[in-house]
Design a protein around this ligand. Structure first.
Ligand code: PLP
Length: 491
């Protein structure tokens, strides 16, 4: 009998729907899954039917639940909205290669661009023609890498122009360009930058050591005075990229407190020739919350980010599309191709168009059609539907925060009040008792019902909840979370 893809899809759903929905599989299931893998390449293959059974019945029980469980609060993971799962299967089934814009052959690049312009609308950062550089990436790490690459290209080009040189880093390379421009150092200024910022700095040749933290009174805030001092080094040949953490991954807090601060930073960047990048992987979506008193503090904190030269966002977190998906936006349509031009391949040229070929504006040549699940989510839910999802996430996070606040055994960190009006989707806390605190993450995750991430805050262990799945049911989930948090300090 011929192998049937469609009946296999039904089997996938059946297994998925029967999965208990716990955050983690049992240790026994993990061991059994690992033990089921053949030790080496089969000489005669199992065949597609038997392999489907192997995958679904032996391997899949060893998967964890960041995307399938309603109660996985580690990292920031999001879930997978049903329509996004469907779209992702369509992506695989039709397997479009979104690298060259060929509008008379495939609509895929048009869909990708429309998804990007609708994202710009969703985020309320202006109109699509203000963000002419735009592309999907594999995630926020990819987008931060694009951000630093564009920043590097732009700030060095400015100096090169003054020196009468019209080629940039993309052509000359970093060493020659800096020598010609009289640049001795390129620094990345941030406050608790995400780890991927350091990685991006290494990839684009600036080095991890180029990332400098200039925090204010609260460590997640950027210190404007220190920023100006560092930017002034431009006078002695040190040029800068400013990277705004919006929000910071341990606390969910924003490096800036609103439009006025962003305006000041914008002004400083213009004065000293610096590039302004925003890492808004998940925090960016605070901008889409309803304009009501409940969310006004958050909306204020996230305002002004539109003044950046470039913005990183994630699709596979708050938007609840499958891995992997992020996006990158920058104002100029020219800066991406200056860096990412894939030259000398006449067979890949698309001819003039308002939609650039993705291969000339990002890392990859051949690319997955990762725009389609985003497009499907945006079209299916619209602004109001997405707001409703974001609201549930924020309410659960605030519910957890206020439970912890009123609980004798816990202490909520990185917050100044008990109203949690500035709480987005991340809650940072610890147990007051040091011994309990040292093993708190282990105890919580040991229940395997919910999953949280451990981190360090003020030099001591701390725990964070990050609420980001579409599956949130505030009452139901709060009940489970409270029970687990009660139990683990009692035992
Ligand atoms: C998750 C995250 C990243 C890295 O994103 P990936 O999608 O995992 O590459 C970068 N910055 C921030 C603020 C994040 O939360």
């Amino acid at each position: 009998m011929a192998f049937s893809v469609s009946s296999s899809f039904e089997r996938i759903r059946t297994v998925l729907d029967a999965t208990p929905g716990d955050a983690l599989p049992s240790l026994a299931a993990l061991t059994a899954a690992a033990d089921s893998l053949p030790a080496s390449l089969p000489y005669n293959g199992l065949g597609e039917e038997a392999t489907t059974t192997h995958l679904l019945q032996e391997v899949a029980p060893g998967f964890n639940g960041p995307k399938t469980s309603a109660n996985y609060y580690g990292f920031v993971t999001g879930g997978v909205l049903p329509i996004a799962e469907v779209a992702d299967n369509i992506v695989t089934a039709f397997d479009q290669n979104v690298q060259v814009h060929l509008p008379d052959q495939s609509v895929s690049t048009v869909v990708e661009d429309r998804a990007l312009t609708m994202l710009i609308e969703l985020l309320g950062i202006g109109s699509p023609d203000q963000w002419l550089g735009r592309t999907f990436t594999t995630g926020a790490t990819g987008a931060n890498t694009l951000g630093l690459a564009c920043g590097r290209e732009a700030i060095i080009a400015k100096r090169l122009e003054s020196a009468g040189e019209h080629q940039g880093v993309g052509e000359l390379g970093l060493l020659r360009a800096c020598a010609k421009a009289g640049i001795t150092e390129v620094q990345v200024l941030t406050s608790i930058g995400h780890s991927s910022l350091y990685k991006a700095a290494s990839i684009v040749g600036l080095g991890r050591a180029s990332v400098k933290t200039i925090s204010g009174a609260n460590p997640w805030e950027i210190d404007l005075q220190a920023l100006e001092q560092k930017l002034k080094l431009a006078e002695s040949g040190c040029v800068s990229i400013v990277a705004i953490s919006a929000g910071e991954v341990n606390t969910g807090k924003f490096a800036t407190d609103g439009l006025k601060t962003m305006q000041e930073i914008r002004k400083l960047c213009d004065e000293y020739g610096a590039w302004l990048h925003v890492d808004g992987a998940f925090g960016l979506f605070a901008r889409c919350l309803p304009d009501t008193p409940e969310f006004s503090a958050l909306r204020t904190a996230a305002s002004g980010l539109e003044l950046a030269d470039s913005i990183t966002g994630d699709g596979h977190k708050m938007l609840n599309v499958p891995y992997d998906c992020g996006f990158f936006l920058t104002r100029s349509g020219a800066i991406l191709p200056q860096t990412f031009q894939n030259p000398n391949a006449a067979y890949l040229s698309a001819g003039p168009s308002s939609i650039p070929s993705p291969l000339n504006i990002g890392l990859e040549n051949s690319r997955r059609f990762r725009a389609l699940p985003v497009y499907a989510v945006l079209v299916s839910y619209g602004l109001v539907g997405l707001q409703e999802m974001f609201v549930r996430q924020v309410r659960l996070a605030r519910g957890i925060a206020s439970f912890l606040y009123g609980h004798g055994a816990y202490e909520v960190l990185a917050t100044d009040g008990k109203d949690f009006e500035d709480t987005h989707i991340v809650v940072l806390f610890r147990a007051k008792d040091e011994t309990t605190n040292a093993e708190l993450v282990k105890r919580i995750n040991g229940t395997r019902k919910i999953y949280v991430s451990g981190t360090a805050w003020d030099g001591k262990p701390a725990v964070r909840f990050a609420v980001s799945t579409w599956k949130v049911d505030v009452e139901r989930d709060l009940e489970l979370v409270k029970k687990v948090l009660d139990d683990v300090v009692r035992s």
